[in-house]
Design a protein around this ligand. Sequence first.
Ligand code: NAI
Ligand code: MG
Length: 332
Amino acid sequence: MTKYNIALLPGDGIGPEVVDATVKVMDALQKKTDIEFEYKTYMIGDAEKKRSGTALPQATIDGVKEADACLFACVGETAKETILPLRQMFNLYANLRPAKAYPGVPAVRPETDIMMVRENTEGIYKMIGHRSPRSAFNVRVITWEASERIVRYAFEWAKKNGKKKVTAIHKSNVLDYTDGLFLEASRSVAAEYPEMEYNELIVDAASMWLVMYPESFEVVVTTNMFGDILSDVTAGLVGGLGMAPSGNVGDDMCIFEPVHGSAPDIAGKGIANPAACMLSAAMMLEWLGENKAAKLIEDAVLKVLKEGKTLTPDLKGKATTVEFAEAVAKAL
Ligand code: NAI
Ligand code: MG
């Protein structure tokens, strides 16, 4: 019996709904395997800020630190006071954002199977800047160390997962200082992997290529904001944000989270698609080394999607979040 302490950070909007649904599936998994979860839930986000004055209480930071792994759902307007500082304070430098089109999902591009590896600690999200009444700036910070580290992560992930191609996305033709450095670091790492195909695309053209020819991408590596934006593009290719899981990964800590935000337009209606959160939990299990358990969750989600009888409205179905969760738990 292996026991894991899991920190749950449901946050705002649809967050508690998708986390509850995911816990249902993890509970079902406990019955199938010799894995046991001990959950601890922590406060984070807009509602917590309203209640206590801070969106990221110290108890939450401590809880994330102490846990074996952490599952965060989403917050509203306080993203820059919560998940951004958590990524930076715990050096969760790799943001893994896979976009996979599952059978049964009305995906715009069913041929999509891309792993986006986004640098997660610097770039323009460093939150260094200044605001005057009529002018403002944000500083974009790119370092050799972080660039090299993220590109190496992308190549190692590709190698480990049987992929043959890594694409670096940048804007070095205009952002010559920062992306010039990123690209130089990227090329130096790529040279260490002669067996792997390596190519580069400028971010604007890359956006078009991703939409028109997603099958030409395997692993994508890019800087923080480009990765943020492009991973919503790739989510759009595979059925939307309800289908997009992710992980924030460091050398010995992690926070897994669906890519989506708090979705205020559907919050409280019980119709959010929890698949993104469940697939994030599967990624978390893989990170913990529980590959078989991770696969069980992914396969159960896949089975329900493929059957097509219990899909949430974003996937053109009529099921509720709870009904989807029950179907996945049953499939397990
Ligand atoms: P969003 O991701 O919350 O929603 C975009 C659209 O996708 C909405 O129409 C929503 O209904 C739909 N959607 C998202 N997740 C879904 C799911 N699981 N099932 C079905 N439909 C889903 O992005 P939006 O509307 O731009 O932002 C809303 C709030 O979320 C903002 O306050 C923003 O700051 C915050 N946000 C937080 C993030 C985080 O916590 N990491 C990430 C992105 C946004
Ligand atoms: Mg985003």
